[in-house]
Design a binder for this molecule. Structure first.
Ligand code: DGP
Length: 110
């Protein structure tokens, strides 16, 4: 997708601190961390919103969550983590490529 910053990160055109990659997803450090550990988990296929998820995309999101569950202890999240998906203006979504925030590495407030 032209002009999508996460597509550029996925394509390797913009550098990122990757912690995990497989054929359908990438996990890398957020550039503006809101917690000691703040990762972004991104599907390689571009779509903007959680509400765009048809059955196929919902299954992909499920697999992404499964992979997070299999690997979080390697990423400094072993004491627990929060998953956040922002959608739209009121939630503060700034990058229109679906992503999960993984927050942890410390006790999180609300
Ligand atoms: P959201 O507000 O849910 O759309 O979060 C987008 C996040 O993406 C925000 O926490 C900052 C992060 N971000 C934006 N641009 C870049 C970038 O170029 N590299 C990395 N690593 N993170 C970025």
């Amino acid at each position: 997708m032209d002009n999508c910053i996460f597509c550029k990160i996925i394509a390797g055109e913009i550098p990122s601190a990757k912690v995990y990659e497989d054929e359908e997803m990438l996990v890398f450090r957020d550039i503006e961390p809101k917690a000691k550990v703040h990762l972004l988990c991104v599907p390689k296929a571009h779509f903007a919103y959680l509400s765009d998820a048809d059955e196929e995309k919902a299954a992909l999101i499920g697999r992404m969550l499964q992979k997070v569950g299999a690997h979080y202890h390697e990423w400094g999240l072993e004491a627990g983590y929060r998953v956040v998906i922002n959608q739209g203006e009121n939630a503060g979504q700034t990058v229109m490529h679906l992503h999960m925030h993984l927050l942890g590495g410390e006790t999180l407030g609300w």
